[in-house]
Ligand binder design. Structure first.
Ligand code: MG
Ligand code: MG
Length: 460
């Protein structure tokens, strides 16, 4: 296991350039109130390079591959309260780093480590106060310039390198993400079945009952926590994009939208399913559901190595826009042809988000969405909704091992000219896809998406 982290460190070190050192801290602990902290979550960049999950730690990595870890010192009294610490003595063997010090020595050791280097790399804008902390250490080096040492004159953003590395998931990462996806899928199955069963039994179902079922399944399989705040939205709440699982009643005849996924060993999953509370779609619900589902199939078919990041989005948009015209939510008289609908973004009141985002350690994972180094070929044009000038840039070319979500949706709020049968229906279908040479692997399909299969599952 440690070899994964060591090999990532050497791949990063090789890109730093001569006379360079990278400094990467983990996340701070955050107070919730008085003596209680928010649950601790390590920093993703730091974990990617160390596999180490304790707070109060820094990694210093030199371009020759040398690595120095700063971590919490052993402390019998603190360990009684907060748990066992690895400690600097055990760290080199456990984490395959060359040297380790107590984090209490950071201010005394760091200036020495920075002496006679030319460049210091650190994550820009990822940790509050980090640049002034590094400035403080550099000032100590500058104070010794008269004694013949030199001070790094360049600062670079290490995220630029790490984001590119993290964009392609290695075998270990893909395996972890598959397991996270399986746990989340099982949780969605349980929530769907619970909803139908409780309604059959004549019980009150509230959004938090379904949320609790999901959390139970996540933890039962060793997930540390949800990868993001779960959305469990009954009926009209599904049209609120970032609604939180709350206390609303889940009623027969309504749809329920659940967007929830667990984090397992540092990796996220992200699944959305929309299902009829009692297990039977109504006609209008089914009509919109099948449009979103077709859009998702179109997006999946457009996801493969060599395609662009925007291809699944554009494929989904075409199907959604055609569907909106077919069911009368948009009209040819008012909105013109399919091409007009796409060009003028007439679908926007019903579909206002993107179809995909990168997925990895972070639910909205790092990595550029445009192809680095590729020049713009199109002229800037005004966005038909906001009026702002937008410069279209060539989107990222997909490569095997990239992981993205495919999550088209439709959200219909009541309004003038909106057929009443569709009011308050909100639908999103979201799966996680690993890009492969010939297509993509949908790792979240242990939970069905086809409407008939969902109904069958909820009868069981
Ligand atoms: Mg989601
Ligand atoms: Mg998502």
């Amino acid at each position: 296991m440690t070899s994964i982290y060591a090999s990532r460190r050497s791949r990063l070190a090789a890109q730093l350039g001569a006379g360079a050192v990278a400094l990467i801290p983990t996340s701070p602990e955050r107070a919730r109130n008085r003596d209680a902290d928010f649950p601790y979550r390590h920093d993703s960049y730091f974990y990617y390079l160390t596999g180490f999950t304790e707070p109060h730690a820094w990694l210093a990595l030199f371009n020759d591959g040398r690595s120095v870890l700063f971590c919490q010192p052993k402390d019998v009294e603190r360990e009684i309260w907060d748990g066992i610490r690895l400690g600097p003595q055990a760290a080199p063997a456990a984490l395959a780093v060359d040297q380790a010090f107590s984090v209490n020595e950071l201010d005394t050791q760091l200036p020495g480590l920075l002496e006679n280097q030319t460049t210091v790399w650190f994550p820009f804008a990822a940790h509050e106060g980090i640049s002034s902390q590094i400035d403080g250490w550099l000032n100590k080096v500058r104070a010794r310039v008269r004694m013949g040492v030199s001070c790094p004159s360049m600062q670079q953003d290490v995220c630029v390198l790490l984001d590119e590395m993290r964009l392609i998931k290695d075998t270990h990462e893909q395996d972890t993400m598959r397991r996270a996806a399986q746990i989340s899928a099982a949780a969605h199955v349980r929530a769907m079945q619970l909803s139908a069963r409780m309604l059959r039994d004549g019980l009150d179902v509230r959004e938090y009952h379904l949320d609790a079922e999901m959390l139970h399944e996540f933890r039962r399989h060793g997930s540390q926590f949800p990868a993001y705040t779960s959305i469990v939205a009954a009926g009209a709440n599904a049209c609120v994009l970032h609604y939180r699982a709350d206390a609303a009643l889940v009623r027969t005849g309504e749809l329920v939208l659940i967007d929830a996924g667990c984090e397992l060993d540092g990796y996220a999953s992200d699944i959305t399913r929309t299902f009829p509370a009692n297990g039977r779609f109504s006609g209008p619900q089914r009509a919109l559901y099948d449009i979103v589902l077709d859009a998702q199939y179109a997006a999946a078919a457009a996801t493969r190595a060599g395609a662009r990041f925007n291809d699944p989005h554009n494929a989904a948009l075409k199907v959604l826009a055609q569907g909106l015209l077919d069911v009368g939510l948009l009209s040819h008289d008012k909105h013109g042809s399919l091409d007009d609908v796409l060009e003028k973004k007439a679908y926007f009141p019903f579909y206002m988000h993107r179809t995909s985002h990168w997925l990895g350690m972070d639910v909205h994972d790092c990595g550029s969405y445009v192809e680095p180094g590729e020049a713009n070929t199109e002229a800037a044009k005004a966005d038909p909704i906001t009026g702002q000038m937008v410069q279209p840039r060539p989107s990222r070319v997909l490569h095997p091992g990239m992981v993205l979500t495919l999550e088209p949706g439709l959200y219909v709020r009541p309004g003038d000219g909106v057929p009443e049968q569709f009011w308050n229906i909100g639908i999103r279908i979201e799966d996680d896809a690993i890009v492969t040479a010939g297509g993509c692997e949908l790792i979240t399909r242990d939970i069905p998406v086809d409407a008939d299969e969902i109904e069958a599952l909820m009868r069981a």
